[in-house]
Design a binder for this molecule. Structure first.
Ligand code: ATP
Length: 530
Protein backbone atom coordinates (compact mmCIF):
# COMPACT_ATOMS: atom_id res chain seq x y z
CA UNK A 1 0.00 0.00 0.00
CA UNK A 2 1.16 3.50 -0.80
CA UNK A 3 -0.84 6.01 1.13
CA UNK A 4 -1.28 9.46 -0.29
CA UNK A 5 -0.16 12.41 1.75
CA UNK A 6 -2.94 14.55 3.17
CA UNK A 7 -1.01 17.62 2.02
CA UNK A 8 -1.57 16.54 -1.58
CA UNK A 9 -5.33 16.59 -1.11
CA UNK A 10 -5.05 19.99 0.61
CA UNK A 11 -3.09 21.22 -2.42
CA UNK A 12 -5.67 19.80 -4.84
CA UNK A 13 -8.50 21.32 -2.89
CA UNK A 14 -6.81 24.75 -2.92
CA UNK A 15 -5.97 24.45 -6.62
CA UNK A 16 -9.56 23.55 -7.48
CA UNK A 17 -10.82 26.65 -5.64
CA UNK A 18 -8.28 28.80 -7.48
CA UNK A 19 -9.17 27.41 -10.92
CA UNK A 20 -12.15 28.79 -12.76
CA UNK A 21 -12.77 26.34 -15.61
CA UNK A 22 -14.95 23.34 -14.88
CA UNK A 23 -12.88 20.99 -17.01
CA UNK A 24 -9.67 22.04 -15.34
CA UNK A 25 -11.23 21.49 -11.93
CA UNK A 26 -12.44 18.02 -12.93
CA UNK A 27 -8.96 17.19 -14.25
CA UNK A 28 -7.31 18.22 -10.97
CA UNK A 29 -9.77 16.15 -8.95
CA UNK A 30 -9.42 13.13 -11.25
CA UNK A 31 -5.64 13.25 -10.85
CA UNK A 32 -5.95 13.25 -7.09
CA UNK A 33 -8.44 10.36 -7.17
CA UNK A 34 -6.15 8.26 -9.36
CA UNK A 35 -3.34 8.57 -6.85
CA UNK A 36 -5.37 7.40 -3.84
CA UNK A 37 -4.67 3.95 -2.45
CA UNK A 38 -7.86 1.80 -2.70
CA UNK A 39 -8.16 1.88 1.07
CA UNK A 40 -8.12 5.67 0.97
CA UNK A 41 -10.66 6.28 -1.77
CA UNK A 42 -13.63 6.41 0.57
CA UNK A 43 -12.35 9.10 2.94
CA UNK A 44 -10.24 10.79 0.25
CA UNK A 45 -13.07 11.17 -2.26
CA UNK A 46 -15.10 12.57 0.60
CA UNK A 47 -12.44 15.16 1.46
CA UNK A 48 -12.29 16.24 -2.17
CA UNK A 49 -16.08 16.65 -2.15
CA UNK A 50 -15.83 18.59 1.11
CA UNK A 51 -17.36 15.83 3.14
CA UNK A 52 -16.38 13.65 6.07
CA UNK A 53 -17.12 9.93 6.08
CA UNK A 54 -18.04 10.29 9.75
CA UNK A 55 -21.32 12.21 9.61
CA UNK A 56 -21.29 13.24 13.26
CA UNK A 57 -17.91 14.10 14.72
CA UNK A 58 -19.02 16.11 17.76
CA UNK A 59 -16.58 18.81 16.63
CA UNK A 60 -18.20 22.24 16.48
CA UNK A 61 -16.76 25.63 15.66
CA UNK A 62 -16.08 26.32 19.34
CA UNK A 63 -13.77 23.32 19.63
CA UNK A 64 -11.81 24.48 16.58
CA UNK A 65 -10.62 27.64 18.31
CA UNK A 66 -7.16 27.99 19.91
CA UNK A 67 -5.76 24.78 18.51
CA UNK A 68 -2.00 24.06 18.42
CA UNK A 69 0.29 25.83 15.96
CA UNK A 70 0.85 24.00 12.67
CA UNK A 71 3.65 21.52 12.02
CA UNK A 72 6.46 22.67 9.75
CA UNK A 73 6.63 19.50 7.65
CA UNK A 74 3.76 17.44 6.26
CA UNK A 75 3.67 13.89 7.61
CA UNK A 76 -0.01 12.96 7.61
CA UNK A 77 -1.47 10.44 5.17
CA UNK A 78 -5.12 10.36 4.15
CA UNK A 79 -5.47 7.06 6.00
CA UNK A 80 -3.99 8.55 9.18
CA UNK A 81 -6.32 11.55 9.06
CA UNK A 82 -9.30 9.26 8.56
CA UNK A 83 -8.25 7.10 11.52
CA UNK A 84 -7.82 10.18 13.73
CA UNK A 85 -11.25 11.56 12.78
CA UNK A 86 -12.78 8.13 13.37
CA UNK A 87 -11.35 8.17 16.89
CA UNK A 88 -12.65 11.68 17.53
CA UNK A 89 -16.12 10.76 16.29
CA UNK A 90 -16.20 7.70 18.55
CA UNK A 91 -15.64 9.67 21.77
CA UNK A 92 -18.63 9.36 24.08
CA UNK A 93 -19.77 9.75 27.65
CA UNK A 94 -18.46 11.75 30.58
CA UNK A 95 -15.48 13.98 29.88
CA UNK A 96 -15.96 13.53 26.16
CA UNK A 97 -15.43 17.17 25.38
CA UNK A 98 -11.97 17.27 26.96
CA UNK A 99 -11.03 13.95 25.38
CA UNK A 100 -12.19 15.13 21.97
CA UNK A 101 -10.14 18.29 22.32
CA UNK A 102 -7.04 16.30 23.20
CA UNK A 103 -7.44 14.12 20.11
CA UNK A 104 -8.21 17.13 17.95
CA UNK A 105 -5.11 18.87 19.33
CA UNK A 106 -2.95 15.87 18.44
CA UNK A 107 -4.31 15.83 14.86
CA UNK A 108 -3.86 19.58 14.40
CA UNK A 109 -0.34 19.61 15.82
CA UNK A 110 0.65 17.00 13.21
CA UNK A 111 -0.88 19.11 10.40
CA UNK A 112 0.79 21.90 8.44
CA UNK A 113 -0.96 25.25 8.04
CA UNK A 114 -2.48 24.17 4.69
CA UNK A 115 -3.61 20.88 6.15
CA UNK A 116 -5.13 22.63 9.17
CA UNK A 117 -7.07 24.86 6.81
CA UNK A 118 -8.55 21.84 5.00
CA UNK A 119 -9.35 20.09 8.28
CA UNK A 120 -11.18 23.12 9.61
CA UNK A 121 -13.14 23.48 6.37
CA UNK A 122 -14.09 19.78 6.54
CA UNK A 123 -15.13 19.87 10.20
CA UNK A 124 -17.07 23.08 9.58
CA UNK A 125 -18.79 21.71 6.46
CA UNK A 126 -17.63 24.78 4.52
CA UNK A 127 -16.84 22.86 1.34
CA UNK A 128 -19.99 20.79 1.35
CA UNK A 129 -21.85 22.13 -1.68
CA UNK A 130 -23.77 20.49 -4.46
CA UNK A 131 -21.44 21.98 -7.06
CA UNK A 132 -18.44 20.32 -5.49
CA UNK A 133 -20.20 16.94 -5.45
CA UNK A 134 -21.13 17.39 -9.12
CA UNK A 135 -17.52 18.11 -10.04
CA UNK A 136 -16.34 15.09 -8.13
CA UNK A 137 -18.86 12.80 -9.85
CA UNK A 138 -17.39 13.88 -13.17
CA UNK A 139 -13.88 13.42 -11.82
CA UNK A 140 -14.70 9.89 -10.66
CA UNK A 141 -15.91 9.06 -14.19
CA UNK A 142 -12.69 10.45 -15.62
CA UNK A 143 -10.39 8.71 -13.16
CA UNK A 144 -12.20 5.37 -13.55
CA UNK A 145 -12.63 5.80 -17.32
CA UNK A 146 -16.37 5.16 -17.27
CA UNK A 147 -19.14 7.28 -18.82
CA UNK A 148 -20.32 10.18 -16.67
CA UNK A 149 -23.92 8.96 -17.07
CA UNK A 150 -23.00 5.64 -15.47
CA UNK A 151 -21.53 7.40 -12.44
CA UNK A 152 -24.48 9.78 -12.14
CA UNK A 153 -26.99 6.96 -12.26
CA UNK A 154 -25.14 5.04 -9.56
CA UNK A 155 -25.05 8.23 -7.55
CA UNK A 156 -28.79 8.77 -7.82
CA UNK A 157 -29.40 5.23 -6.68
CA UNK A 158 -26.80 5.16 -3.95
CA UNK A 159 -26.98 8.79 -2.88
CA UNK A 160 -23.44 8.31 -1.57
CA UNK A 161 -20.62 9.74 -3.59
CA UNK A 162 -17.90 8.01 -1.59
CA UNK A 163 -19.39 4.56 -2.19
CA UNK A 164 -19.71 5.30 -5.89
CA UNK A 165 -16.09 6.49 -6.06
CA UNK A 166 -14.89 3.31 -4.36
CA UNK A 167 -16.85 1.08 -6.74
CA UNK A 168 -15.90 3.01 -9.87
CA UNK A 169 -12.18 3.04 -9.10
CA UNK A 170 -12.14 -0.59 -7.99
CA UNK A 171 -14.30 -2.19 -10.69
CA UNK A 172 -15.26 0.41 -13.28
CA UNK A 173 -18.56 0.33 -15.14
CA UNK A 174 -19.20 -3.35 -14.32
CA UNK A 175 -19.08 -2.61 -10.60
CA UNK A 176 -21.28 0.47 -11.01
CA UNK A 177 -23.86 -1.50 -12.99
CA UNK A 178 -24.36 -3.65 -9.92
CA UNK A 179 -25.32 -0.54 -8.00
CA UNK A 180 -28.91 -1.21 -7.22
CA UNK A 181 -31.08 0.58 -4.92
CA UNK A 182 -30.28 -0.37 -1.37
CA UNK A 183 -33.15 -0.70 1.04
CA UNK A 184 -32.54 1.70 3.91
CA UNK A 185 -30.59 4.17 1.80
CA UNK A 186 -32.75 6.91 0.25
CA UNK A 187 -32.58 7.71 -3.45
CA UNK A 188 -33.37 11.00 -5.14
CA UNK A 189 -37.13 11.06 -5.80
CA UNK A 190 -38.55 11.52 -9.28
CA UNK A 191 -39.92 15.04 -9.80
CA UNK A 192 -42.67 16.51 -11.93
CA UNK A 193 -42.77 19.22 -14.57
CA UNK A 194 -45.73 21.54 -14.49
CA UNK A 195 -48.30 22.49 -17.10
CA UNK A 196 -51.04 25.13 -17.00
CA UNK A 197 -53.78 22.68 -18.05
CA UNK A 198 -54.47 18.96 -18.27
CA UNK A 199 -54.58 19.23 -22.05
CA UNK A 200 -51.04 20.53 -22.09
CA UNK A 201 -49.99 17.91 -19.58
CA UNK A 202 -51.38 15.19 -21.85
CA UNK A 203 -49.50 16.67 -24.79
CA UNK A 204 -46.29 16.08 -22.81
CA UNK A 205 -47.05 12.57 -21.52
CA UNK A 206 -48.97 11.28 -24.53
CA UNK A 207 -52.12 9.18 -24.30
CA UNK A 208 -53.24 6.93 -22.79
CA UNK A 209 -52.06 8.39 -19.50
CA UNK A 210 -52.85 8.03 -15.85
CA UNK A 211 -54.09 10.93 -13.77
CA UNK A 212 -53.14 10.86 -10.08
CA UNK A 213 -54.67 13.00 -7.43
CA UNK A 214 -52.02 15.48 -6.30
CA UNK A 215 -51.95 15.49 -2.51
CA UNK A 216 -50.62 18.64 -0.90
CA UNK A 217 -48.75 16.94 1.91
CA UNK A 218 -45.21 15.80 2.66
CA UNK A 219 -43.35 13.62 0.15
CA UNK A 220 -42.33 10.39 1.86
CA UNK A 221 -39.99 7.64 0.72
CA UNK A 222 -40.47 4.67 3.00
CA UNK A 223 -37.90 1.90 3.27
CA UNK A 224 -38.79 -1.33 4.96
CA UNK A 225 -36.44 -4.19 5.65
CA UNK A 226 -38.11 -6.70 7.93
CA UNK A 227 -38.97 -4.85 11.12
CA UNK A 228 -36.76 -1.88 10.23
CA UNK A 229 -38.67 1.01 8.74
CA UNK A 230 -37.24 4.39 7.78
CA UNK A 231 -39.06 7.39 6.33
CA UNK A 232 -37.21 10.01 4.25
CA UNK A 233 -38.26 13.41 2.91
CA UNK A 234 -37.95 14.77 -0.62
CA UNK A 235 -34.51 16.10 0.37
CA UNK A 236 -33.54 12.67 1.76
CA UNK A 237 -33.64 13.69 5.43
CA UNK A 238 -34.76 10.97 7.75
CA UNK A 239 -38.05 11.78 9.54
CA UNK A 240 -39.01 8.32 10.80
CA UNK A 241 -39.66 9.59 14.33
CA UNK A 242 -42.12 12.17 13.04
CA UNK A 243 -44.15 9.72 11.01
CA UNK A 244 -45.42 7.04 13.42
CA UNK A 245 -48.63 6.52 11.43
CA UNK A 246 -46.61 5.84 8.30
CA UNK A 247 -44.37 3.41 10.15
CA UNK A 248 -47.39 1.62 11.58
CA UNK A 249 -49.12 1.39 8.19
CA UNK A 250 -46.04 0.02 6.44
CA UNK A 251 -45.28 -2.40 9.25
CA UNK A 252 -48.71 -3.94 8.76
CA UNK A 253 -47.96 -4.80 5.11
CA UNK A 254 -47.09 -8.38 4.15
CA UNK A 255 -43.91 -7.64 2.14
CA UNK A 256 -40.55 -7.92 3.87
CA UNK A 257 -38.43 -5.60 1.80
CA UNK A 258 -39.83 -2.59 0.04
CA UNK A 259 -39.25 1.01 -0.97
CA UNK A 260 -42.43 3.05 -1.34
CA UNK A 261 -42.91 6.56 -2.72
CA UNK A 262 -45.84 8.67 -1.64
CA UNK A 263 -47.21 11.55 0.31
CA UNK A 264 -48.34 11.92 3.95
CA UNK A 265 -51.21 14.27 4.60
CA UNK A 266 -53.58 15.30 7.39
CA UNK A 267 -57.31 14.83 6.84
CA UNK A 268 -60.32 16.46 8.49
CA UNK A 269 -63.20 14.51 10.09
CA UNK A 270 -64.88 14.07 6.74
CA UNK A 271 -61.75 12.71 5.12
CA UNK A 272 -60.97 15.84 3.12
CA UNK A 273 -57.36 17.00 3.00
CA UNK A 274 -56.24 19.68 5.47
CA UNK A 275 -54.32 22.70 4.21
CA UNK A 276 -50.62 22.04 3.72
CA UNK A 277 -49.65 24.33 6.62
CA UNK A 278 -51.56 22.10 9.02
CA UNK A 279 -49.94 18.91 7.74
CA UNK A 280 -46.49 20.42 7.89
CA UNK A 281 -46.88 21.97 11.34
CA UNK A 282 -48.21 18.66 12.67
CA UNK A 283 -45.05 16.93 11.46
CA UNK A 284 -42.80 19.75 12.66
CA UNK A 285 -44.25 19.68 16.19
CA UNK A 286 -43.31 16.03 16.62
CA UNK A 287 -39.82 16.15 17.98
CA UNK A 288 -39.54 12.43 18.63
CA UNK A 289 -35.94 11.52 17.76
CA UNK A 290 -35.74 9.69 14.50
CA UNK A 291 -35.48 5.97 14.90
CA UNK A 292 -34.80 3.32 12.35
CA UNK A 293 -36.58 0.25 13.41
CA UNK A 294 -39.16 -1.36 15.54
CA UNK A 295 -39.75 1.08 18.34
CA UNK A 296 -43.04 1.22 20.26
CA UNK A 297 -43.37 4.93 19.53
CA UNK A 298 -45.99 4.49 16.83
CA UNK A 299 -48.93 3.10 18.84
CA UNK A 300 -48.17 5.45 21.73
CA UNK A 301 -48.20 8.55 19.57
CA UNK A 302 -51.21 7.33 17.66
CA UNK A 303 -53.16 6.75 20.86
CA UNK A 304 -52.18 10.19 22.12
CA UNK A 305 -53.28 11.73 18.84
CA UNK A 306 -56.61 9.93 19.07
CA UNK A 307 -57.35 11.18 22.59
CA UNK A 308 -56.22 14.77 22.04
CA UNK A 309 -57.85 15.11 18.64
CA UNK A 310 -54.45 15.94 17.16
CA UNK A 311 -53.98 15.62 13.43
CA UNK A 312 -53.11 12.15 12.14
CA UNK A 313 -50.92 12.03 9.05
CA UNK A 314 -52.16 9.43 6.59
CA UNK A 315 -49.82 7.94 3.98
CA UNK A 316 -50.85 7.51 0.35
CA UNK A 317 -48.50 5.77 -2.04
CA UNK A 318 -48.11 6.28 -5.77
CA UNK A 319 -45.02 4.24 -6.54
CA UNK A 320 -43.10 1.13 -5.56
CA UNK A 321 -39.36 1.14 -6.26
CA UNK A 322 -38.30 -2.14 -4.71
CA UNK A 323 -40.07 -5.29 -3.56
CA UNK A 324 -38.49 -8.29 -1.87
CA UNK A 325 -35.11 -8.24 -3.55
CA UNK A 326 -36.23 -6.83 -6.89
CA UNK A 327 -35.57 -3.26 -8.04
CA UNK A 328 -38.54 -1.96 -9.98
CA UNK A 329 -37.33 1.48 -11.05
CA UNK A 330 -36.59 0.47 -14.64
CA UNK A 331 -39.99 -1.12 -15.14
CA UNK A 332 -42.80 0.82 -16.85
CA UNK A 333 -45.01 2.81 -14.49
CA UNK A 334 -48.01 0.55 -15.02
CA UNK A 335 -46.03 -2.50 -13.88
CA UNK A 336 -44.77 -0.67 -10.81
CA UNK A 337 -48.34 0.34 -10.03
CA UNK A 338 -49.56 -3.24 -10.40
CA UNK A 339 -46.83 -4.37 -8.00
CA UNK A 340 -47.77 -1.55 -5.61
CA UNK A 341 -51.45 -2.48 -5.74
CA UNK A 342 -50.48 -6.05 -4.90
CA UNK A 343 -48.24 -5.01 -2.02
CA UNK A 344 -50.34 -2.46 -0.12
CA UNK A 345 -53.92 -2.20 0.99
CA UNK A 346 -56.03 -0.29 -1.53
CA UNK A 347 -56.82 2.34 1.11
CA UNK A 348 -53.15 3.34 0.95
CA UNK A 349 -53.13 3.96 -2.80
CA UNK A 350 -53.30 7.47 -4.17
CA UNK A 351 -56.42 8.12 -6.28
CA UNK A 352 -55.60 7.24 -9.89
CA UNK A 353 -57.58 7.17 -13.13
CA UNK A 354 -56.55 5.82 -16.49
CA UNK A 355 -57.52 8.22 -19.25
CA UNK A 356 -57.38 8.02 -23.01
CA UNK A 357 -57.89 11.66 -23.83
CA UNK A 358 -58.51 15.24 -22.68
CA UNK A 359 -62.15 14.71 -21.81
CA UNK A 360 -61.52 11.97 -19.27
CA UNK A 361 -58.46 13.78 -17.98
CA UNK A 362 -60.49 16.95 -17.49
CA UNK A 363 -63.08 14.97 -15.54
CA UNK A 364 -60.37 13.45 -13.33
CA UNK A 365 -58.97 16.92 -12.69
CA UNK A 366 -62.40 18.32 -11.79
CA UNK A 367 -63.06 15.38 -9.45
CA UNK A 368 -59.72 15.93 -7.67
CA UNK A 369 -60.44 19.63 -7.16
CA UNK A 370 -63.97 18.85 -5.97
CA UNK A 371 -62.51 16.51 -3.39
CA UNK A 372 -60.42 19.38 -2.04
CA UNK A 373 -57.13 18.21 -3.55
CA UNK A 374 -54.41 20.48 -4.82
CA UNK A 375 -54.54 19.28 -8.42
CA UNK A 376 -53.40 16.25 -10.38
CA UNK A 377 -50.19 14.68 -11.63
CA UNK A 378 -50.53 13.30 -15.16
CA UNK A 379 -48.16 10.39 -15.77
CA UNK A 380 -46.95 8.48 -18.81
CA UNK A 381 -47.83 4.85 -17.99
CA UNK A 382 -44.81 3.30 -19.70
CA UNK A 383 -42.08 5.51 -18.26
CA UNK A 384 -39.48 4.17 -15.85
CA UNK A 385 -38.90 5.80 -12.46
CA UNK A 386 -36.47 8.55 -13.29
CA UNK A 387 -34.77 9.09 -9.92
CA UNK A 388 -33.78 12.69 -9.29
CA UNK A 389 -35.11 13.85 -12.65
CA UNK A 390 -37.84 16.26 -13.64
CA UNK A 391 -38.77 14.63 -16.93
CA UNK A 392 -41.89 14.86 -19.09
CA UNK A 393 -43.23 11.56 -17.72
CA UNK A 394 -44.82 13.27 -14.70
CA UNK A 395 -46.61 16.57 -15.21
CA UNK A 396 -48.40 18.38 -12.41
CA UNK A 397 -51.43 20.57 -13.00
CA UNK A 398 -52.94 22.88 -10.43
CA UNK A 399 -56.00 25.07 -10.96
CA UNK A 400 -55.32 28.64 -11.79
CA UNK A 401 -56.69 30.89 -9.08
CA UNK A 402 -58.35 34.04 -10.30
CA UNK A 403 -60.20 36.79 -8.47
CA UNK A 404 -62.05 39.82 -9.68
CA UNK A 405 -60.56 42.67 -7.67
CA UNK A 406 -60.96 46.42 -7.60
CA UNK A 407 -58.21 48.91 -8.42
CA UNK A 408 -57.70 51.25 -5.45
CA UNK A 409 -54.69 53.24 -6.70
CA UNK A 410 -52.03 53.11 -9.41
CA UNK A 411 -48.34 54.02 -9.36
CA UNK A 412 -46.62 55.95 -12.11
CA UNK A 413 -44.30 53.68 -14.06
CA UNK A 414 -40.58 54.16 -14.48
CA UNK A 415 -38.05 53.21 -17.15
CA UNK A 416 -39.86 51.90 -20.19
CA UNK A 417 -43.18 52.62 -18.50
CA UNK A 418 -42.36 56.22 -17.63
CA UNK A 419 -45.40 58.43 -18.18
CA UNK A 420 -47.87 55.56 -17.89
CA UNK A 421 -49.87 54.55 -14.85
CA UNK A 422 -48.54 51.06 -14.20
CA UNK A 423 -48.46 49.25 -10.83
CA UNK A 424 -52.02 48.51 -9.67
CA UNK A 425 -53.05 48.45 -6.00
CA UNK A 426 -55.61 45.67 -5.71
CA UNK A 427 -58.41 45.31 -3.20
CA UNK A 428 -61.16 42.85 -2.34
CA UNK A 429 -64.59 43.97 -1.22
CA UNK A 430 -65.49 43.83 2.46
CA UNK A 431 -69.23 43.04 2.33
CA UNK A 432 -69.74 44.28 5.89
CA UNK A 433 -68.25 47.76 5.60
CA UNK A 434 -68.53 48.24 1.86
CA UNK A 435 -64.81 49.21 1.87
CA UNK A 436 -62.00 47.53 -0.04
CA UNK A 437 -59.13 45.66 1.59
CA UNK A 438 -55.79 45.90 -0.19
CA UNK A 439 -54.15 42.53 -1.02
CA UNK A 440 -51.20 43.42 -3.18
CA UNK A 441 -49.89 45.19 -6.25
CA UNK A 442 -49.04 44.12 -9.74
CA UNK A 443 -47.97 45.41 -13.13
CA UNK A 444 -47.46 41.91 -14.54
CA UNK A 445 -49.48 40.92 -17.57
CA UNK A 446 -50.05 44.50 -18.73
CA UNK A 447 -49.52 45.02 -22.45
CA UNK A 448 -48.62 48.42 -23.91
CA UNK A 449 -52.16 48.71 -25.12
CA UNK A 450 -53.53 48.08 -21.63
CA UNK A 451 -51.06 50.57 -20.13
CA UNK A 452 -52.34 53.26 -22.49
CA UNK A 453 -55.92 52.40 -21.80
CA UNK A 454 -55.56 52.26 -18.04
CA UNK A 455 -53.60 55.52 -17.80
CA UNK A 456 -56.49 57.38 -19.32
CA UNK A 457 -59.08 55.41 -17.38
CA UNK A 458 -57.46 55.92 -13.97
CA UNK A 459 -56.71 59.59 -14.49
CA UNK A 460 -60.43 59.88 -15.09
CA UNK A 461 -61.12 58.11 -11.78
CA UNK A 462 -58.42 59.99 -9.82
CA UNK A 463 -59.30 61.45 -6.46
CA UNK A 464 -55.73 62.30 -5.42
CA UNK A 465 -52.88 62.80 -7.88
CA UNK A 466 -49.53 62.28 -6.16
CA UNK A 467 -46.14 62.28 -7.91
CA UNK A 468 -45.89 58.59 -7.25
CA UNK A 469 -49.33 57.23 -6.49
CA UNK A 470 -52.65 58.20 -7.99
CA UNK A 471 -55.62 57.23 -5.79
CA UNK A 472 -58.77 56.40 -7.68
CA UNK A 473 -62.44 55.87 -7.03
CA UNK A 474 -62.76 52.11 -6.44
CA UNK A 475 -64.79 51.34 -9.52
CA UNK A 476 -62.65 49.45 -12.00
CA UNK A 477 -62.74 45.65 -11.70
CA UNK A 478 -59.79 43.63 -12.94
CA UNK A 479 -59.38 39.86 -13.17
CA UNK A 480 -56.19 38.80 -11.44
CA UNK A 481 -54.50 35.39 -11.58
CA UNK A 482 -52.25 34.34 -8.71
CA UNK A 483 -50.55 31.30 -7.26
CA UNK A 484 -51.85 31.46 -3.73
CA UNK A 485 -52.67 33.62 -0.74
CA UNK A 486 -50.07 34.03 1.94
CA UNK A 487 -50.11 35.51 5.43
CA UNK A 488 -48.62 39.00 5.35
CA UNK A 489 -48.28 41.84 7.83
CA UNK A 490 -47.89 44.34 4.99
CA UNK A 491 -51.57 44.70 4.20
CA UNK A 492 -54.53 45.45 6.48
CA UNK A 493 -56.26 42.12 5.80
CA UNK A 494 -53.18 40.19 6.97
CA UNK A 495 -52.98 38.41 3.60
CA UNK A 496 -51.19 38.98 0.31
CA UNK A 497 -51.53 37.42 -3.14
CA UNK A 498 -48.56 35.42 -4.45
CA UNK A 499 -47.48 36.21 -8.01
CA UNK A 500 -50.48 38.31 -8.90
CA UNK A 501 -50.85 39.13 -12.60
CA UNK A 502 -53.47 40.84 -14.73
CA UNK A 503 -55.64 38.58 -16.86
CA UNK A 504 -58.05 41.24 -18.19
CA UNK A 505 -60.21 44.17 -17.23
CA UNK A 506 -63.79 43.24 -16.36
CA UNK A 507 -65.91 46.02 -17.74
CA UNK A 508 -68.88 43.75 -17.40
CA UNK A 509 -68.67 43.82 -13.60
CA UNK A 510 -69.23 46.61 -11.12
CA UNK A 511 -67.18 46.99 -7.95
CA UNK A 512 -70.16 45.71 -5.96
CA UNK A 513 -69.84 42.43 -7.83
CA UNK A 514 -66.12 42.07 -7.18
CA UNK A 515 -64.86 39.16 -5.07
CA UNK A 516 -64.98 39.59 -1.33
CA UNK A 517 -62.32 39.40 1.32
CA UNK A 518 -64.17 36.30 2.60
CA UNK A 519 -63.43 34.52 -0.68
CA UNK A 520 -59.76 35.40 -0.25
CA UNK A 521 -59.79 34.14 3.34
CA UNK A 522 -61.29 30.85 2.14
CA UNK A 523 -58.46 30.41 -0.37
CA UNK A 524 -55.97 31.32 2.33
CA UNK A 525 -57.43 28.61 4.55
CA UNK A 526 -57.10 26.13 1.68
CA UNK A 527 -60.83 25.55 1.49
CA UNK A 528 -61.60 26.83 -1.93
CA UNK A 529 -60.00 26.97 -5.30
CA UNK A 530 -61.00 30.53 -6.13
N1 ATP B 1 -49.73 11.48 -7.05
C1 ATP B 1 -48.59 12.13 -6.97
N2 ATP B 1 -47.55 11.79 -7.77
C2 ATP B 1 -46.38 12.44 -7.69
N3 ATP B 1 -46.13 13.47 -6.84
C3 ATP B 1 -47.13 13.85 -6.02
C4 ATP B 1 -48.39 13.20 -6.04
N4 ATP B 1 -49.17 13.79 -5.12
C5 ATP B 1 -48.46 14.76 -4.55
N5 ATP B 1 -47.22 14.82 -5.07
C6 ATP B 1 -46.20 15.80 -4.65
O1 ATP B 1 -46.14 16.86 -5.59
C7 ATP B 1 -44.83 17.36 -5.64
C8 ATP B 1 -44.60 18.20 -6.87
O2 ATP B 1 -45.40 19.31 -6.93
P1 ATP B 1 -45.33 20.71 -6.09
O3 ATP B 1 -45.43 21.80 -7.10
O4 ATP B 1 -46.31 20.70 -5.01
O5 ATP B 1 -43.99 20.64 -5.36
P2 ATP B 1 -42.78 21.59 -5.37
O6 ATP B 1 -42.07 21.33 -4.12
O7 ATP B 1 -43.21 23.00 -5.69
O8 ATP B 1 -42.04 21.04 -6.63
P3 ATP B 1 -41.21 19.74 -6.89
O9 ATP B 1 -41.40 18.75 -5.78
O10 ATP B 1 -41.78 19.26 -8.19
O11 ATP B 1 -39.87 20.30 -7.01
C9 ATP B 1 -44.03 16.09 -5.58
O12 ATP B 1 -42.72 16.32 -5.16
C10 ATP B 1 -44.81 15.25 -4.56
O13 ATP B 1 -44.34 15.54 -3.26
Amino acid sequence: MRFVRFIDLAATSAAVSATSGRRAKVELLADALRRLDPAEVEPGAGYLAGDLRQRQTGVGYASLRDLPPPAAEPTLTVAAVDAAIEQIAAVQGAGSQARRRTLLGALYSAATADEQRLLTALFGGELRQGAQAGLLADAVARAAEVPVATVRRALLLAGDLRAVAVAALAGGAAELAGFGLRVGRPLAPMLAQSAPSVDEALAATGTPAVVDVKLDGIRIQVHRSGADIAVFTRSLDEITGRMPEVVAAVRALPGREMVLDGEAIGLDDTGRPLPFQQTSSTAARRTTPSTTGGTPVAPAVLAAAATTGATVLTPYFFDLLHLDGQDLIDLPGRERWAALAGAVDSSLLVGRMEVDGPEQAGAAFAAAIDAGQEGVVVKAPDAPYDAGRRGAAWVKVKPRHTLDLVVLAVEWGSGRREGWLSNLHLGARDPRSGDFVMLGKTFKGLTDELLRWQTERFLGLAVERGDWVVRVRPEQVVEIAFDGVQTSSRYPGGMALRFARVVRYRDDKSAAEADTIDAVRAIHAGRSTG
